[in-house]
Ligand binder design. Structure first.
Ligand SMILES: Cc1cc2nc3c(=O)[nH]c(=O)nc-3n(C[C@H](O)[C@H](O)[C@H](O)COP(=O)(O)O)c2cc1C
Length: 131
C-alpha cells in the first residue's frame, strides 16, 4: 500500500490528526501482515513537507518492509538506508529520465535530468531517448 501523509495536492487538505491517523493505519496494516508500506513524499513536487516525525512513527508502527520515496538521489538513499529510516528507497522521476538508472547509479555515472515538459506525453522524448 502507498500512503501519502500530508499529501495535500489537487485541492486535498490535511488536518491536525494526520500523524495519529497514519500511525494507527500503519499499526493496523502491520497487524494483518501487509507486506509493504510505501511512503509518498511529494514535497519536491510542490506538496507540503512530510514531517520526519510521521515517517518515524510509520517506521515504528509497521513491521513489514517500509519503502521511502520522494526527491531521492543515490547518496540520500544510501544515508537513509544506513540509518534504517526505511528498508528500500523508490525512485520516480530519475527513472523516467534514466531507463538504466540502476546501472548508472552503480557505476556512479551522471544522470540525465528529468524533463517535466515530457511528463504525461507519449513518445520517447524524456523517457528512453536519454540516460
Ligand atoms: C509523470 C508522473 C506521474 C506520476 N503518477 C503517479 C501515480 O499515478 N500514482 C502515484 O502514486 N504517484 C505518481 N507519481 C509520483 C511518483 O510515484 C513519486 O512519488 C514522485 O515522483 C516522487 O518521487 P521522485 O522524487 O523520485 O520522482 C507520478 C510522478 C510523475 C513525475
Amino acid at each position: 500500500m502507498r500512503v501519502s501523509p500530508y499529501g495535500a495536492l489537487h485541492g486535498m487538505k490535511t488536518d491536525d490528526a494526520v500523524e495519529e491517523v497514519f500511525e494507527t493505519l500503519a499499526r493496523a496494516l502491520s497487524a494483518i501482515g501487509l507486506v509493504y508500506l510505501h511512503v509518498v513524499d511529494l514535497s519536491t513536487m510542490g506538496g507540503p513537507e512530510v514531517k520526519p516525525s510521521v515517517k518515524r512513527k510509520l517506521r515504528e508502527a509497521f513491521r513489514g518492509t517500509l519503502i521511502l520515496s520522494g526527491g531521492y538521489d543515490r547518496d540520500r538513499a544510501e544515508a537513509d538506508l544506513v540509518e534504517s529510516k526505511g528498508d528500500l528507497v523508490a525512485f520516480g522521476r530519475p527513472f523516467l529520465a534514466n531507463p538504466r538508472l540502476v546501472t548508472r547509479m552503480r557505476q556512479r555515472k551522471p544522470l540525465a535530468a528529468p524533463d517535466a515538459s515530457t511528463f504525461y506525453t507519449p513518445g520517447e522524448a524524456g523517457y528512453t531517448d536519454c540516460g
